[in-house]
Design a protein around this ligand. Structure first.
Ligand SMILES: CC(C)=CCC/C(C)=C/CC/C(C)=C/CC/C(C)=C/CC/C(C)=C/CC/C(C)=C/CC/C(C)=C/COP(=O)(O)OP(=O)(O)O
Ligand code: 1GP
Ligand code: MG
Length: 225
């Protein structure tokens, strides 16, 4: 499954959180379409390398969602690059990216790099605070960001991020309705199969993060969407 258009489900592992070998095996062998390695804070090269090496024991595609330049390393199948469309600060939209491409441009394999247009909607989450994202958005606002992602920026991924809280299904539906080519990712607060199914009715790919660390067995059930 090396084409994101074929994906329906991904687990997001936070390098800043502990996971046992036994639990990691369950996740990697669960039937999920990908393991995404990413988090907002405490993401170091050492922790990313450790998690990558452990996930690499399995055949599941392994993606680094880049959150800082210092922790980028070769060895992943894909690199997801967030650009926070609803941040008022160019740093999180384009500037860090410019810095990184200046450093790595000569060795970058663009076929492995997929830019994600992020729209962050939970004002309490760490990434909203970090990027000062404007989270007070209507469905119409979100659909406009989705249209920009697809038709103006031609991004492969539009990511509705409710990290830490379960989102508004109506908003996910409104975003999906305006997208034809860009793949819609939804992440946030999915803790069980029924929530996974509800979001997967509109999102192309659902991402399950925190539930892994709270109730692994319930998190594993979400692959059955
Ligand atoms: C050497 C080598 C192999 C090079 C490969 C080439 C390569 C991949 C080059 C990279 C090029 C590039 C353009 C990099 C971008 C650099 C960069 C730092 C961009 C900024 C990204 C960004 C906007 C970060 C902000 C934070 C963010 C959006 C993180 C995404 C993950 C996320 C939202 C996690 C959720 O947070 P979490 O910690 O789980 O929150 P909770 O604790 O509340 O759950
Ligand atoms: O951790 P949760 O709330 O599941 O969110 C998943 C992912 O969207 C976080 O970036
Ligand atoms: Mg998390």
């Amino acid at each position: 499954m090396y084409n994101i258009r074929d994906w329906r489900h991904a687990f997001k592992l936070d390098p800043n959180k502990e996971i046992s070998d036994e639990n990691l095996e369950k996740l990697c062998e669960s039937g999920t379409d990908a393991i995404i390695v990413g988090g907002t804070d405490g993401v170091t090269l050492e922790k990313v390398l450790d998690l990558m090496a452990r996930v690499r024991r399995y055949t599941v595609p392994c993606v680094l969602e880049v959150s800082n330049i210092e922790s980028i390393t070769p060895g992943f199948d894909f690199y997801f690059i967030p650009s926070v469309l609803n941040s008022p600060h160019s740093k999180w939209i384009i500037e860090l990216h410019h810095e990184a491409v200046k450093e790595y441009g000569d060795i970058m394999n663009w076929d492995e790099i997929l830019v994600q247009g992020y729209c962050i909607l939970n004002e309490e989450c760490k990434v909203a605070k970090l990027t000062k994202a404007k989270t007070n958005l209507t469905g119409e606002d979100v659909a406009a960001y989705a249209r920009i992602a697809e038709n103006m920026l031609h991004l492969p991924i539009f990511y509705l991020e409710y990290s830490g809280s379960y989102g508004d299904v109506q908003i996910v539906q409104e975003a999906k309705e305006v997208l034809d080519n860009t793949v819609l990712f939804y992440g946030g607060g999915i803790a069980n199969l029924s929530q996974a199914k509800e979001m997967a009715a509109y999102a192309d790919v659902i991402v399950v993060g925190n539930a892994i660390y709270r109730d692994l067995e319930k998190a594993l059930e979400t692959v059955k969407i």
